[in-house]
Design a protein around this ligand. Structure first.
Ligand SMILES: [Zn+2]
Length: 88
């Protein structure tokens, strides 16, 4: 199991973050709103919800679909082009 640690930038310049990625199984990061809650994103085919990871040609990380915390801070954002893009 290889864990890659990738940097993502926050488009609100609140907290840049690391994302720890295991290519075929999942990723872990911390919420960037400031609450610092851990967020787990699962890439396994039979998982619900299921996220997918890919990289831009510049090596920036994309994770789809969006990430919407239904507990706590209720943050809603995308990770696109190595950035946290806030929806709300
Ligand atoms: Zn949060």
């Amino acid at each position: 199991m290889t864990v890659e640690v990738l940097r993502i930038r926050d488009n609100r310049k609140v907290y840049d973050r690391n994302v720890s990625v295991v290519r075929d199984s999942g990723a872990e990061t911390q919420c960037s709103c400031g609450c610092n809650e851990k967020i787990f994103l699962i890439f396994l085919e039979d998982a619900t919800p299921l996220w997918k990871l890919n990289f831009t040609h510049d090596g920036e990380i994309n994770i789809l679909p969006s990430i919407w915390r239904n507990v706590g801070c209720k943050s809603y954002f995308f990770i696109r082009n190595g950035r946290i893009d806030w929806v709300i």
